[in-house]
Ligand binder design. Structure first.
Ligand code: NAP
Length: 503
């Protein structure tokens, strides 16, 4: 159970503690932030509302701990990460339980998130050992006008303090996808978890604590992003921000100053369906892509752009599958569970009502009970409807009928987002041309968009992000290249053995 067993020390009465200087602490603010269970709409947990002084302290500790961490051999850093991964996986049950209660993720998927996160930490440790153990050696005489008088040695060095801010929908996985690369690369890490998802993150951080990382190297500050967020992101001690979330990321980017940013933001992933597509395959992918975790995924299919000639048949197939989706509590592994908050549900409803007023075809009756919204397919959506462009982050999927591939590509590219997209056709040549024409960070051919596997590069164009994720890309982003140049007074050219024997 959450907050019990090895996790007892992270709880103070009914309020979870924050983590600083290798210890679990109660904030001097005397205030807490309530975490509302999306299903019951009642307070499930409470976390500390940390103060600016506590942030200052954590940053000071992070700066000093990083200096000794950078001098810790790479294999030892990897060893600790493997240990944390094993503890995390061994304790998947209480962490998954808090995911169920905080963000209404179906129980099975919650366990998967924790296990996947452990695997990600281990993979990162292995990859880090390989890519950080290698540098480059350059010789000056390859550039015109130079003799071989300069030997340039390059290696990757840490940036310093990395600030990690994940979103509510994959709080554990998207936290470790920032923590593990930052640590293996020799950085220290300050985590600000999402409020919905904070308790799962605190449990996860405790697994790093139990693995024995040095004091001050990892900290976890809790509190509302709207209150503590600006202070954190504009803190002078921060040397890199890795953020995943919505539009907040755009405003953080404008305020952050001259530090590397990894921004993974929203998406309006289009699914383009051509006439020759396997419609059964498309329908299953639309269900998986559009309705998994109730559509609350950055890479959810968020608009279907289908050729008019096959649209009726596809809509019928998707409708039949929507009818089979189970709706209810995450504890019972229902496919569709309550969306994260009442304001989210209200936002989704606003998009649905706008589509209704403008004449979209409702393939099911619109139904809502509290934060629970029944899955809804909207056919004959037109570009003047908000849902054609906005990200509902809920179980509502618009279908726009198109008369040419170009119309589909143009719709996709007119979006301010550019995360992923997908195209369904049996013609690989056409698929490649469409993939190249789509202004998105990734295009999936004959499958729904997806972030995983976690070592694949993952990036968004336009308002969907800055930089790229995926194990290798994250490690590279959280390091900087350092060069040392050895200057020789006279040119020196290394000779082969054959040359020496003929002298
Ligand atoms: P969000 O509202 O932007 O929140 C993300 C994080 O930012 C949370 O930890 C939040 O804390 C924090 N935050 C809020 N205000 C802040 C501020 N002023 N300064 C610093 N941090 C602040 O996003 P969300 O609702 O959690 O997640 C949904 C969004 O994430 C969707 O748009 C989705 O597409 C996107 N997403 C993108 C990816 C990707 O990889 N591209 C993956 C998953 C999700 P509080 O919770 O305390 O407010």
């Amino acid at each position: 159970m959450a907050g019990t067993g090895i996790f007892t020390e992270i709880l103070d009465g009914e309020v979870y503690k924050y983590y600083s200087d290798g210890e679990w602490r109660t904030s001097s603010s005397g205030k807490s932030v309530a975490i509302i269970n999306p299903t019951t709409r009642k307070t499930q947990y409470k976390v500390q509302a940390c103060t600016q002084e506590e942030v200052n302290k954590v940053m000071e500790l992070a700066k000093s701990a990083q200096k000794s961490w950078a001098k810790t051999p790479l294999w030892k850093r990897a060893e600790l990460l493997h240990k944390a991964a094993a503890i995390l996986k061994d304790n998947k049950a209480p962490i998954a339980e808090s995911l169920v209660k905080e963000i209404a993720k179906p129980a099975k998927d919650s366990v998967t998130e924790v296990v996947r996160s452990g695997d990600l930490i281990s993979y990162c440790a292995e990859e880090g050992v390989r890519i950080l153990g290698e540098g480059k050696f350059l010789l000056s005489d390859s550039f015109p006008g130079n003799e071989r008088t300069k030997y340039c040695l390059t290696s990757k060095i840490p940036l310093g303090v990395v600030l990690a801010i994940p979103p509510f929908n994959y709080p554990v996985n998207l936290a470790v996808s920032k923590i593990a690369p930052a640590l293996i690369a020799g950085n220290s890490l300050v985590l600000k978890p999402p409020t919905q998802g904070a308790v799962s993150c605190l449990h996860m951080v405790h697994c790093f604590h139990l693995a024995g990382f040095p004091k001050g190297l990892i900290s976890c500050i809790t509190g509302k992003g709207s209150e503590i967020g600006d202070f954190l992101t504009m803190h002078p001690a921060v040397n890199c921000i890795s953020f995943t979330g919505g539009d907040t990321g755009v405003s953080i980017s404008k305020k952050a100053g001259m530090i590397p940013l990894q921004m993974e933001l929203g998406g309006k992933d289009a699914c383009i369906v051509l006439e020759d597509a396997d419609l059964d395959l498309v329908a299953s992918n639309i269900i998986k892509g559009g309705f998994s975790y109730s559509g609350q995924r950055c890479t959810a299919v968020k608009v279907v752009l289908v050729m008019e000639s096959v649209a009726d048949e596809l809509v019928e197939k998707v409708k039949a599958k929507v009818a089979k989706l189970t709706v209810g509590p995450p504890e019972e592994n229902c496919d569709i569970t309550a969306v994260v908050s009442e304001s989210s549900a209200n936002f989704i409803e606003g998009l649905v009502m706008d589509a209704k007023d403008k004449g979209a075809t409702f393939c099911q009756e619109y139904k809502r009970d509290g934060n629970l919204i029944w899955p809804l397919l909207l056919d004959n959506v037109r570009p003047d409807m908000r849902i054609a462009w906005e990200e509902p982050f809920g179980p509502v999927l618009p279908v726009l009928r198109i008369n040419s591939v170009e119309e589909g590509i143009n719709h996709c590219n007119a979006s301010n987002f550019g995360l992923q997209g997908c195209v369904f056709t049996k013609d690989i040549n056409k698929a490649m041309l469409i993939s190249d024409a789509m202004e998105t960070g990734t295009v999936q051919i004959n499958s729904a968009p997806a972030r995983g596997p976690d070592h694949f590069p993952f990036q968004g164009l336009k308002d969907s992000g800055i930089g790229s994720q995926g194990v290798t890309n994250s490690i590279n982003l959280m390091t900087k290249v350092k060069t040392t140049v050895i200057n020789l007074p006279t040119p020196s050219y290394a000779m082969g053995a054959g040359f020496i024997s003929r002298l």
